[in-house]
Design a protein around this ligand. Sequence first.
Ligand code: MTE
Length: 334
Amino acid sequence: MLIKRAQHILLRGEDIAASEITPRAVFEQRRRLLAAAGMAPIAAAGGLLGLPRLALATYASPDARAAKLAANTNAKFVVPEKVTSYKDVTTYNNFYEFGTDKADPSRNAGTLRPHPWRVSVEGEIKNPKVYDIDELLKLAPLEERVYRHRCVEGWSIVVPWIGFPLAELIKRVQPTGNAKFVQFITLADASQMPGIADPILDWPYSEGLRLDEAMNPLALLTVGLYGQVLPNQNGAPVRMVLPWKYGFKSAKSIVKIRFVDKQPPTSWNTYAPNEYGFYSNVNPNVDHPRWSQATERRIGEDGFFTPKRKTLMFNGYGNLVASMYQGMDLRKYF
Ligand code: MTE
């Protein structure tokens, strides 16, 4: 994403050769479980409202050392596409607090200490509270959801995340009438995060949403993936996942959730306001100033002749989110 001195990063990202070994095993395990439950066609069809939930998070943890995390799959939010390999999802990352190369977070994030961890929920709410991560994990039932995830750089992945809707937390803290936006502030501790020494971004990494976006059922407060707790490089112990927006909106390793009356400053928008808008909804019709957003490369589909995929409006989630932007000029509010 970086322009100026780190522009090469984006270009270099295109030549990663993705391994397919773990993913296939995970995916086939998933299919076996679905078939055993007699539900394969339903999950393959993307899930339908009102169907019984499936416990799928029983598949073997792809990382034998990682703690498992039990969650029921919410079939309404299972995208009918092949899940990206665990290896790719955990080794091809953006987490600049650990370096700007895609391989840096998995190499360097071992120094992050995700436990104990506290998240302060504050600002324009009736019930401000500092949540211990263990308490936060128990706030609402954990769900597994398989979402498409589209990075502004032009690549995409399909990931079985585990978490619960941010709306569950918002309901408990009760925003006041002044709360119009939600800001996410993430950890900026140089002793745990070597990348902080580099003032690429204005640390701490900060992101934001309008309150109605934060309440949208898709907005997932996320604590795990592939049946296990979030690896450090993916934003342990808690991050957002907002599948209708470009990936940089999904702040990792959150320490503060603040309810505010004005649109909050956000890291990438502050860095390059003409390139990274506050909304950053996935939109194939509005190009980034330096590249097209019409197509994307699915990580793991790296064959020389593999065509790029067409990027979908709102990343394919328009039925759940388009109404929030009705009447807005999406070129202006990009
Ligand atoms: N959160 C923090 N704190 N720091 C970051 O550098 N990068 C963002 C987002 N959240 C980032 C972050 C970007 S650019 C993307 S694409 C996603 O995290 C990547 O998430 P993933 O590595 O789990 O795929």
